[in-house]
Design a protein around this ligand. Structure first.
Ligand SMILES: [Fe+2]
Length: 680
């Protein structure tokens, strides 16, 4: 029998966790490995990927999604040629990180990888802007504007020609931090500045080309909610015991007994004044703001409340928002950011890794909560830079079965009916990565070292859903959910022709990761074995080991809800970042090409498919000896680029408040940060 844990037999490419951080500031021309480069390509394709950090490359257990953002751009300027340019997104915190690693004077300010984030205890959280793009064409006279995004930080605008970071969207004063840092620092009379406070937003804000408005979100999850979601918290001992039963058996009895001894049962009584106080405080602390921005001024914001007046509270994250002509849709997405995602590598917590993980994490919620705001209610919002009172707006709440990270909505909503296309990542947890202590769910042997940092396997088959929602009443009118036993394992990223944003979305191209048993650990198995919407029985899941499901590129017809075209890759390949590129003189929404990245141990490549004939395989495969990609994420396409012409700019020197007595931070900014953003 083949030993699935032998690296020699691995079906997950080792090269996935190895990459080069080389920036191609001068363009390189890609080599044509197979096939022919289409002569009717047009425009420019952008990709983004986390690429680790200069002094801490992947392979030490750092999660694959924790890394500086590398922006890649493919140019189709010359027929028969494709050239590539790339740059790391160098924000102020990037330069602070670099200086604290290399200059002994700033050693105590060093950033370190803490699970999914990169923190400096004295400076704050890195905004890696490594996840997605937002394009916005505010006027026909201006070059299209391009923004890079991150879930835990404000977006940054880049120059589409040079790929350099130009300005954040919104000053630091306009964004509310997850923790009220300035209040805490002044209360404690500390002289540190903490210039990079964590800010929670979305990796997928939206631009409405009809109204020239960008919509985003800024939310604050209260610390009590963070604790409630964590089995470690004694106040929620029932949850602890329930979750511990899912944990590896060796720890269950011991921890259950200890926590019972420490806390007793009395605290979970709802009549307990402490619980009543905490529940009241929770409603005060947790806030969600909808943001509207015209591309030039400070933003407007509204505090979201439910019809009963209680604040909208985000339980996991808002990875994506959607807009229609009349509504804004926010989703509480299945990308958790809880204690376990932060506690990794914390030196003071050198307790058994498995015990810490069992105590500090939980399965993600199996349902999706959507919040729908009527755009007619968004008259004038609170100016983010003024002391005006907050303005509340009502959001209708809808819960649909099955979790999601990504969705798309049709722009038109005739009769108030919203059509939402969902990618359900069933029992899949991208916030859990493979640790040293992990063992295979199949033979319980240690998971190979080279897989450390990769996300664990999904625990059920992914699904595709189409929902019709009543935006006024906040109810689901119709739904259709499908899956495919071969092609919807690990549904990831998607693309469609976005040139006519008002047209209903008829065809969506999706990429799936496949099912790779090597990535199914005992930890993940135990966390998701009781998944509420399970389609593939556990016994069957265990049998898949001998014939893993390959990654796939496929097209969904959203009207018939069928997969009408597809291509299967080999199990040793990882495919990501699909992007539709229209042909010159393209006449319909499938008239173009699908680009994607293909990573394997034979080298990293860019593949091109005819968007109408995926099943015929790639028409061209490109590579380059110096091209060593990371796990590429989202993409976008622009018909033209050029040096940035917009005036909007947040001056870095005015953006950060540095405590006058904090000499070292002042020195860090003067020497390592400001000079990178000031001309002459
Ligand atoms: Fe995303």
């Amino acid at each position: 029998m083949v030993d699935k844990n032998s690296p020699d037999e691995s079906k997950v490419p080792r090269s996935l966790m190895k990459l080069k951080r080389t920036e191609f500031i001068s363009k390189i021309e890609l080599n044509r490995k197979e096939g022919k480069i289409p002569s009717d390509l047009q425009g420019h394709l952008f990709l983004i990927a986390p690429v680790g950090f200069a002094n801490t490359p992947y392979g030490d257990g750092t999660p694959i999604f924790n890394g500086d953002g590398m922006i890649y751009r493919l140019d189709f300027d010359r027929p028969g040629e494709i050239s590539l340019k790339s740059r790391i997104a160098k924000t102020p915190c990037y330069f602070a990180d670099e200086a604290t690693q290399t200059d002994e004077r700033f050693k105590e300010y060093q950033f370190k990888n803490f699970g999914l984030g990169r923190f400096s205890l004295l400076l704050g959280l890195r905004n890696q802007v490594n996840t997605g793009f937002l394009t916005a064409e505010f006027s026909k006279e201006q070059t299209a504007r391009l923004f890079i995004t991150y879930d835990a930080g404000r977006p940054y605008e880049i120059d589409t020609d040079s790929l350099e970071v130009v300005t954040p969207v919104g000053s630091n004063k306009e964004w509310q931090s997850e923790v009220p840092i300035s209040i805490i620092l002044s209360f404690l009379n500390l002289r540190v500045s903490f210039p990079f406070p964590p800010v929670l937003s979305t990796a997928h804000p939206e631009f409405d080309e009809q109204t020239s408005e960008i919509f985003s979100v800024n939310y604050i999850r209260d610390p009590l909610d963070l604790l409630e979601s964590t089995p470690l918290t004694p106040l929620f001992i029932d949850n602890i015991i329930k979750d511990l039963k899912k944990a590896p058996h060796a720890f269950t009895e011991f921890v259950e007994q200890k926590i019972r001894q420490l806390t007793g049962q009395g605290l979970i009584n709802d009549d307990n004044p402490l619980i009543q106080f905490l529940n009241g405080a929770k409603n005060f602390l947790s806030r969600t703001y909808l943001i509207r921005w015209n591309g030039q001024d400070s933003f407007e914001r509204w505090k979201l409340v439910l019809p009963d007046g209680l604040p909208v509270t985000i339980k996991q994250s808002v990875h994506q928002i959607g807009i229609t002509e009349d509504y804004i849709i926010l989703a509480d997405t299945s990308f958790k950011f809880e204690l376990e995602q932060l506690l990794d590598n914390v030196p003071v917590l050198e307790i058994d890794e498995n015990l810490r993980r069992c105590l500090a994490t939980r399965a993600q919620l199996p349902d999706t909560t959507l919040y729908i705001v009527n755009r007619q209610d968004l008259r004038s919002g609170q100016c983010s830079l003024s002391d005006e009172p907050e303005i509340e707006v009502i959001a209708q709440k809808i819960t649909i079965p099955l979790e999601l990270i990504h969705f798309r909505v049709d722009y038109k909503n005739p009769g108030g009916k919203i059509t939402l296309h969902a990618c359900h990542n069933s029992a899949s947890d991208v916030a859990e990565w493979i640790h040293d202590s992990d063992t295979s769910a199949y033979n319980h042997h240690p998971t190979p070292q080279f897989l450390r940092g990769l996300m664990g396997s999904q625990m059920d088959i992914g699904r595709l859903g189409r929902y019709v929602l009543d935006g006024r009443k906040g109810v689901v009118l119709d739904s259709k959910v499908i899956h495919d036993l071969r092609r919807t394992w690990g549904i990831g990223l998607s693309t469609h022709d976005q040139r006519n944003k008002s047209a209903p979305i008829r065809h969506i191209y999706l990429q799936s990761f496949g099912f790779r048993s090597e990535l199914l650990t005992d930890f993940i198995y135990n966390l998701y074995k009781d998944y509420q919407y399970r389609l593939i029985p556990l016994e069957q899941l265990k049998k898949i080991q001998d014939e893993d499901r390959p990654p796939c590129l496929f097209r969904l017809d959203t009207q018939t809800m069928t997969i009408d075209d597809s291509y299967e890759f080999s199990i040793g390949q990882v495919i990501s970042s699909p992007q539709f590129v229209p042909r010159t003189h393209s006449t319909h929404e499938r008239d173009g090409y699908i680009f994607c990245t293909v990573i394997s141990d034979k080298g990293d490549e860019i593949w091109i498919f005819n968007a109408t004939k995926l099943n015929e395989g790639p028409i061209c495969q490109l590579n380059h000896p110096s091209l060593d990609l990371g796990y590429t994420l989202h993409t976008t396409w622009l018909s033209s680029i050029g040096p940035r012409t917009a005036d909007y700019y947040i001056p870095v020197r005015e953006d950060y408040e540095i405590n006058k007595e904090d000499e070292l931070t002042k020195k860090l900014f003067e020497e390592a940060i400001y000079p990178n953003f000031e001309c002459g």
